[in-house]
Design a protein around this ligand. Structure first.
Ligand SMILES: Cc1cc2nc3c(=O)[nH]c(=O)nc-3n(C[C@H](O)[C@H](O)[C@H](O)COP(=O)(O)OP(=O)(O)OC[C@H]3O[C@@H](n4cnc5c(N)ncnc54)[C@H](O)[C@@H]3O)c2cc1C
Length: 575
């Protein structure tokens, strides 16, 4: 079984990862069914117009119809009315529903951060009371953590809970902002400071007196999704509605976000696929200078790069989905401590995948607009997707916070010895002194790229070691350095996952895509490692370190013109 963050350790062999080629018959069937339902009911012109007008009763109706297909309870155990399906299937569903950005936000907030806190941390009574209603679509769920003064700094929540004198309930006061589904939610998971305990989660029903929904935000994108404030004025909440242990709200909040992050990445993949389909079609239809614009190299390069990003997204999303499933699937889901531990195992990967996929989607939707020219900028073209995509880098933890989190957890794993990072770094530094380090580059593509990947890992470990040696526990004060290290991790995870996927399914197209992914990834790691060294070393030590990085990251770049052309022709043929 995979261990969290072990992808960074050098190895001569590739991991045996789960890929889309490993989908079961049932998973394929679910994908095809959801795809058809989405096409017929959610992405039709009429449905999109109604969703985007923020007709929340229409969205509620759509949620109901998805509930009838079992999609709201896909990952909820059967005893609460759900389907008891795995995380891979959850990712497949997220990918398909994401073809409509606003509705995807409604759906994912409900099924993810809205429902999962109860599924994982609720008591038997809470699960019996609320999960069947959420699974059937009778109730809509929301998650309320953010406040005016508590965004990224979630621990500084000011909303309070005080126990009533007779001890029968708590009194809650405060205000939450940016609550997705706030305008039509029936259940609110609210994180507050419980007197004498600290951050604690509570389950609030819409009918609780003193709970008031504020005005809808007018947003840049996902305009059809509801985002409101929630004002709590002396709301009396029964003691039975505390979710999880008092004072353990922060861990619950962050770990639910973790699962939310991974789902968000799957949704970005779905958005990316939609955008490239549009680009492929438009570039063939649109004629300029007497030919389809898809015949121009500049456009072909865009199509090839978009596809490479999608292949990379697909590889990291399904690898992570399966790893999460294996970690969570083997623990008793009634034991919240074990659940927390299982989710935390892949916390680094969840953050990296969220950052990578949200930024990859922004790249793709931007190129989609560009390929559409002026039509791309005007209403009715792909401009809405461009606007919708932007939120993904902000919510579920901003990408800066996720970058910091990923590298922070990795260093913690190294410090506690749960990941043998320090010995790996020592070995890299030792080997770097040995003149025989560089071997001949292997002929076979997968072997050659594995060799490049290993060298890139060594360069990253070397850079991380230099940083740790210089700053030690003060490293957390050096954010620019940490951001660069985190970007190195993203590149390594993306390259390894894509290559491991290709090794299992070596088609001409996949091979071309992985070459593009490596070209980009290796150049990025080289640049980042060379930026990191001057932050950690001076004088001769700096020169030696830079030379070492250059030696490790020696690779032959691809012929972009030839490769992008080949990949684009293949893509255009397949549509
Ligand atoms: C449409 C929408 C829907 C949302 N849905 C929900 C929801 O359902 N439930 C919910 O609880 N919240 C929700 N949010 C809130 C969202 O999660 C927060 O907006 C997000 O976490 C960022 O917080 P903030 O807006 O206060 O930004 P800030 O925390 O003020 O950040 C501003 C900038 O500073 C950077 N920054 C902050 N701290 C640091 C640091 N330590 N180091 C480096 N950089 C830093 C950030 O990365 C960002 O670039 C939603 C927001 C939006 C816009």
């Amino acid at each position: 079984m995979a261990k969290g963050a072990d992808f960074i350790l050098p190895s001569d062999s590739l991991p045996d990862i789960f890929t889309v080629n490993n989908f079961t018959e049932e998973q394929r069937l679910i994908r095809d069914t959801v795809r058809e339902v989405v096409a017929n009911t959610i992405t039709t012109d009429d449905a999109v117009r109604t969703i985007e007008s923020k007709d929340l009763s229409f969205s509620r109706g759509l949620m109901k119809s998805l509930a009838e297909l079992g999609l709201l309870g896909a990952e909820i155990p059967e005893e609460y009315g759900g389907q008891g399906l795995d995380k891979v299937t959850g990712a497949i569903i997220a990918e398909e529903v994401a073809k409509q950005g606003s509705f995807a936000c409604t759906f994912l907030a409900h099924t993810g951060i809205g429902t999962l806190p109860i599924r994982f941390f609720g008591t038997d009574e809470q699960k019996k009371k609320y999960l069947p209603k959420l699974v059937s679509g009778e109730w809509i769920a929301s998650y309320c953590l953010t406040e005016t003064g508590a965004g990224s700094d979630a621990n500084s929540v000011k909303t309070t809970a005080v126990r009533s004198e007779d001890g029968s309930h708590y009194i809650l006061n405060g205000e939450k902002i940016f609550v997705t589904n706030g305008g039509f939610a029936d259940l609110f998971t609210v994180f507050v400071q419980l007197e004498g305990h600290g951050l604690t989660a509570f389950l609030l029903e819409k009918t609780f007196i003193g709970l008031n929904v504020g005005k809808e935000e007018h947003k840049m994108g996902i305009q059809g999704s509801s985002t409101t404030t929630i004002v709590l004025t002396d709301v009396a909440v029964p003691v039975d509605n505390v979710l999880g242990e008092p004072g353990k709200g922060f861990r619950i909040a962050l770990n639910i976000l973790n699962l939310g992050r991974f789902k968000l990445a799957a949704a970005c993949l779905g958005g990316g696929r939609l955008a490239i389909e549009q680009s492929l079609k438009y570039s063939q239809d649109r004629k300029q200078f007497g030919k389809s614009i898809s015949e121009f190299g500049a456009i072909r390069q865009k199509l090839a790069q978009m596809a490479a990003k999608i292949y990379a997204m697909e590889s990291v999303v399904y690898r992570t989905a399966r790893n999460l499933e294996e970690a969570i699937g083997k623990v008793d889901t009634n034991d919240s401590r074990k659940i927390l531990k299982a989710i935390e195992e892949f916390v680094v990967e969840c953050s990296l995948v969220k950052v990578f996929c949200s930024e990859a989607l922004d790249f793709i939707v931007d190129e989609n607009v560009q390929i559409h020219g002026g039509s791309g900028f005007c209403e009715g073209g792909p401009e809405r997707q461009y606007r919708d995509s932007r939120i993904n880098r902000i919510f579920e933890g901003t990408n800066e916070i996720n970058r910091l989190l990923a590298i922070g957890i990795l260093l913690k794993k190294a410090a506690t010895g749960s990941l043998p990072l320090m010995s790996a770094i020592k070995q890299v530094v030792g080997e770097s002194m040995a003149p025989s380090m560089m071997q001949m580059e292997p002929e076979d593509l997968v072997e050659r790229l594995t060799y490049y990947l290993n060298n890139a890992k060594m360069a990253v470990l070397f850079a991380a070691g230099s940083a740790y040696e210089k700053y030690n526990v003060k490293l957390e004060e050096h954010q620019i350095l940490l951001m660069a290290l985190s970007d190195c991790l993203i590149n390594i995870y993306v390259m390894e996952s894509s290559l491991a996927a290709v090794a299992k399914n070596k088609t001409n197209l996949n091979t071309g895509l992985v070459k593009l992914i490596f070209n980009d990834g290796l150049f990025s790691v080289e640049r980042l490692a060379r930026e990191i060294i001057p932050m950690c070393a001076e004088g001769d030590a700096q020169k030696t370190a830079l030379a070492m990085v250059r030696r490790l990251l020696k690779f032959t770049p691809v012929n972009q013109e030839e490769l992008c052309d080949k990949v684009a022709v293949d893509l255009l043929k397949r549509g």
